[in-house]
Design a protein. Structure first.
Ligand code: ADP
Ligand code: ASP
Ligand code: MG
Length: 416
C-alpha cells in the first residue's frame, strides 16, 4: 500500500470541530487508497499552558518531569483523532511515542531520534487498520522515560515517520496555505511560494520562520522526503501548498527568496577583556557549558591599554537565556579565567535575515539590505553573513518595519 504522512498542527486540532475537519482530510486520502500515518500536535495553546504550569510549580524544574507534563497535550489529540476517524468508519488506532516505540536520546526537552521501528504499526496496518495516529513531539529515552523534541517538534516527528516508513509524501497541514516569502502576519505583500529549496528553508527556519521546525527540514533533506506545507482550512489537492525540494527542481530563481525574523534576541557585550590567545575559548566555553545558545559573535579590534591589549566581545543569544549567560560570565570572572570591566545587556533586539541561494553568485545583496534599513532610519547593531544569508540585529521596535522594508527592497512580492 502506498503510504502518506499527514501532520496537523495546533490550530488545526484546536477543538473538536477542527479535529473533525482534519479527520475528513485523512479519510479522503484513505479513500484514494493510502495507508496514512497522522501526526498530531496538542490543541493550540495547550503546550504553552503546560509549560506555564511546570514553571509555576518548580522554577528550576527537573527536565524529566517537564517532558512528562508537556508531552501530554499530544496524547489527548491523538486519542481524539483516532476516535473521530472511527466515528467516520475509518479503522484507526492511536499511538503514544513509547508504544511505537519512538526511540530518542535522553536529552530531555530537546531529544533527538535514534530509531523508529516500523514493526508494531505495520502489524496493525496488516490487521486492516488504515490509519495510525501518532502523538507528535514525543519519544522515549533509553532509560524508558518520556522525552520531547523541542518546541514545534511535531514537524520533525512527521518527517522522521515519512523517512522511516518510506512515505510517498509528508504533508504538513497548518494555518497558512504554504510557505511565504516572509511571515504573512507581518506583511500582506508576502507571496506564497510554489517551491522552496531545502537549503533555503533550512536557513529560514533556523533564523526564525517557525512554519517548520529546523530539524524537520534537516531530516527531510537528508532522507530525501518530499515535504509539503499546506492549509488545513481550505480544500486541497496534490498541487496545493508549497513543496520543499532539491534546488534543481526549482525554475524560479531570485537572488533573495525570503526574509525571516527572530523577535526574542538579546545582545551582551563584555567591555574591555584582555586580547590574548585563548580569550574566546575562556568566554564561550563556560557559555556553552551553561547551555547558552550563542548566535552572532563580534570581537572589536584590539586597543592598547596599560595592562596590554584589550578588546570588547559582543554576542547574541535568546532573551530567556540572558540570566544564565550573565551568571556564567560573572562566575568565570570570579574564577579568574576572564576579566571584563562591564557587562552590558541589551534585551530589546530582534534579528532580521534575508536568505537566498542566489546570493552565492550575486554581489550587492548586503549593500541593498543596508541601504533599505538606513532609508527607514533603522540602526544596525550586529551583522553576520554566510554563503546564503545575511542577518542583522536591530532594535526590536523596528522589527516589523525592517521586514517590510526588506521585502520591498528585494521585490519579493513579484514572482521570478
Ligand atoms: P502549527 O501549529 O500548524 O505547527 P505554526 O504556528 O508552528 O503552526 O507555524 C505556522 C505559522 O508560521 C504561520 O501562522 C505563520 O505566521 C508563521 N510563519 C513564519 N514565517 C512564515 C513563512 N515564511 N511562511 C509561512 N508562515 C510563516
Ligand atoms: N505542541 C508542541 C509545541 O507547541 C509541538 C508542536 O506543536 O509541534 O511546541
Ligand atoms: Mg509548528
Amino acid at each position: 500500500m502506498p503510504l502518506l504522512v499527514m501532520k496537523f498542527g495546533g490550530t488545526s486540532v484546536a477543538d473538536l470541530a477542527r479535529i473533525k475537519n482534519a479527520a475528513l482530510k485523512v479519510k479522503r486520502e484513505v479513500e484514494r487508497g493510502y495507508d496514512v500515518i497522522v501526526i498530531v500536535s496538542a490543541m493550540s495553546g495547550k503546550t504553552n499552558e503546560l509549560v506555564g504550569w511546570v514553571e509555576q510549580t518548580s522554577p528550576l524544574y527537573d527536565a524529566r518531569e517537564y517532558d512528562a507534563v508537556v508531552s501530554s497535550g499530544e496524547n489527548v489529540t491523538a486519542g481524539l483523532m483516532a476516535l473521530t476517524l472511527q466515528e467516520m468508519d475509518v479503522p484507526a488506532r492511536s499511538w503514544q511515542g513509547w508504544q511505537v516505540p519512538i526511540n530518542t536520546t535522553s536529552a530531555h526537552a530537546s531529544a533527538r531520534f535514534k530509531s523508529i521501528p516500523s514493526d508494531n504499526i505495520n502489524a496493525k496496518f496488516a490487521e486492516g487498520f488504515k490509519v495510525a495516529v501518532v502523538a507528535g513531539f514525543q519519544g522515549v529515552s533509553p532509560e524508558g522515560r518520556i522525552t520531547t523534541l523541542g518546541r514545534g517538534g511535531s514537524d520533525t516527528t512527521a518527517v522522521a515517520f515519512a523517512a522511516a516508513f518510506n512515505a510517498e509524501r509528508c504533508d504538513i497541514y497548518t494555518d497558512v496555505d504554504g510557505i511565504y516569502t516572509t511571515d504573512p502576519r507581518i506583511t500582506d505583500k508576502a507571496r506564497k511560494l510554489d517551491k522552496i529549496a531545502f537549503e533555503e528553508m533550512l536557513e529560514l527556519a533556523s533564523l526564525g520562520a517557525k512554519v517548520l521546525q529546523t530539524r524537520s527540514v534537516e531530516l527531510a533533506m537528508r532522507f530525501k522526503v518530499r515535504l509539503r506545507v499546506l492549509s488545513s482550512f481550505e480544500e486541497t489537492d496534490e498541487n496545493s501548498g508549497t513543496l520543499v525540494c532539491d534546488e534543481d527542481e526549482i525554475m524560479e530563481s531570485k537572488v533573495v527568496s525570503g526574509v525571516a525574523y527572530s523577535r526574542d534576541e538579546a545582545k551582551i557585550t563584555l567591555v574591555t577583556v584582555a586580547d590574548r590567545p585563548g580569550i574566546a575559548a575562556a568566554i564561550f566555553g563556560p557559555l556553552s557549558e551553561a547551555g547558552v545558545n550563542v548566535d552572532m559573535i563580534v570581537q572589536n579590534i584590539s586597543e592598547k591599554a596599560d595592562g596590554g591589549a584589550v578588546t570588547d566581545m559582543t554576542f547574541s543569544c535568546p532573551v530567556n537565556q540572558v540570566a544564565r549567560a550573565c551568571k556564567a560570565m560573572e562566575d568565570a570572572k570570579a574564577a579568574g579565567s576572564i576579566n571584563f570591566v562591564e557587562l552590558n545587556v541589551d534585551s530589546d533586539v530582534a534579528k532580521i535575515s534575508v536568505v537566498g541561494i542566489g546570493m552565492r553568485s550575486h554581489a550587492g545583496v548586503a549593500a541593498t539590505m543596508f541601504k533599505a534599513l538606513s532609508a527607514e532610519n533603522v540602526n544596525i547593531k550586529v551583522i553576520s553573513t554566510s554563503e546564503i544569508k545575511i542577518s542583522v540585529l536591530i532594535d526590536r521596535k523596528y522589527m516589523e518595519l525592517a521586514v517590510q522594508a526588506l521585502h520591498d527592497a528585494f521585490e519579493l512580492d513579484k514572482a521570478g
